[in-house]
Design a protein around this ligand. Sequence first.
Ligand code: FAD
Length: 315
Amino acid sequence: IDTHPNLTGAAPVALSYELFPPRSPAAAESLWTTIGELEATDPDFVSVTYGASGSNRDTAVELINRLLLETTLRPLAHLTCVGNTPQELAEIIGELLDNGVRGILALRGDLPKDSGQPVNGSLRYAQDLIELIRRVEQRRSALLCAGKIAVGVAAYPTRHPESPSVEHDVEVLLAKQRSGADFAITQVFFHTEQYANLISRARRAGVTIPIIPGVMPLTSLRRLKRLGELTGVEPAPELIERLAAADNDAERRKIGVRATVDLANAALQAGAPGIHLYTFNEHACALDVLDKLALPRPARPASRLSAIARRQELV
Ligand code: FAD
């Protein structure tokens, strides 16, 4: 059974997607096709990644602005400590808020490969960035009476590569909650029990914020290998074997989607409040996963539907 049995009549489950800023005009064109397809599924938010060095700052802000102006989607802007000074970060946060962003994912970012050390003068941990966001927010709301900003953070079902233990990771998550994080999204994981284990460790330690599982439909061995290099997360050996044995792309897509649906269902069984899909800026696998999961979603408000319909008439 694809649909989780306990979900019948259950509270709605949140849905979100991760996108990254396009690196070329051709990539931008295909991304906007993807955005159109994903918008039709009425997600709660779409997150937009940010290069740790800050190098794609302009394309990230441009994508976020277009999402705000041209779609009904709510962007969650990723932001990292490592590539910018605190002053620059405060300016970026101000610019995002001015443009209408109401959600930021506060991250440290991966350390520069050459030195393995934070850049001199940059904030050290994601926790410091949360505190900076809250300070900027406080200053602005005194002036503008603006609404609260939702701040998300990263959580790790498998040990963060620089961390001594999964227990330490949970202590860090608790510290991020105390500094003002509202929710967390997990790093990718490939074993069905890993999300449930993270939740029990986190709850035992006193973490109460929602922790949304991040799941990634992986359909190519090349991507699996690259992901392992980037995140330090070991892909499940069975998934590698099955993808390696597949004859063609259609079969690999089926395998990747099936594995993702299994992970998402296990997370929902463990009480996940939503599903965050890493999309690689492609919609086909994300939509396949959604189709098989059949998540209980809130009915769409008429105003949003008509906004989508209006835009379709314009295309
Ligand atoms: P932190 O929470 O600061 O942790 C970093 C390390 O420091 C960990 O080992 C932690 O154990 C340790 N640590 C933290 N606080 C303390 C403390 N007070 N005392 C002692 N040790 C501490 N990267 C990007 O560059 N761009 C992105 O857009 C991006 N998006 C992501 C989205 C998600 C959902 C996730 C899960 C990761 C994302 N990353 C992104 C990767 C992320 O930047 C890396 O995993 C990075 O190495 C750690 O980021 P963090 O925010 O978890 O850092």
